[in-house]
Design a protein around this ligand. Sequence first.
Ligand SMILES: [Zn+2]
Length: 282
Amino acid sequence: MPGYCGAWSAVQEEDGTYTAVPLRCRSWACPRCAPLLRRRLVKALEGVEAHRFITLTCNPARHRAPADAYRTMSLALSHLVKRIRRLHPHARFEYFAVWEATKAGWPHLHMAARGASLPQRWLSGQWRELTGAAVVDIRRVQHADQLATYLAKELAKAPTAPAGMKRFRCSRAFLQGQRLTSWLRPPTGSKWQVVPVDTACQADVWRAQGKVVYVHHDGTVTALDRLRWLPVLDLHPHALSDWAFFLKVAAQYIATHPRAGLSLPELPSDLAEDLLPPPLAA
Ligand SMILES: [Zn+2]
């Protein structure tokens, strides 16, 4: 996992609610980010229409090394898309392409495409002209839900694109308005600040200030300072992860301080399910 992944946080304060979001590396090579990216991708692809899967290969005899082949194919793909659109100006050709490599490291592209029907012979001829490789495979998509599964499976494999190259490419309209990256970015238009500490450190700072801290399963931390039963939480370091313990201590505190007029807190509705407290034992 890249050392900088999650090392910094974006922090915001709004109406007494403090939020710290980890700044992730968003790399498919990162064991923490890859599963999130994959889940996000599958979600974005749900309901997205594709008509065919196309596999484009390279001709190793034409290149000194796989990295050359990547560059050639990447450029060739842009040309190929232009040619397809020129051939079918009204078909709105859109695509989503994922890199994969053979055991020897030679790249091929798996592409899900929408629009324009493409004769295999024409496509193969174009690709040969652009790259010197003629092996092109076209398959019809049988079920709409095949797409998400197919692409997610490809992306779940070990990353193959060389450093600095994206793992997949996607034409602007392919996702039909869906976005892949919004979950990683703090919402815009609010007063976010970047701090050079991870969210766990930020949570400690807020705990030290007496705030109530919630740690969500994606690493996001929410803190509140308006609840009056705050002192209860500082009794035990496990109180913040062990909700059964927390509620027990809070209930005891409330019972022994009747004049404080306290009640058990309402937990945030978006609290990760695995953090929700089990039912209180009587
Ligand atoms: Zn990461």
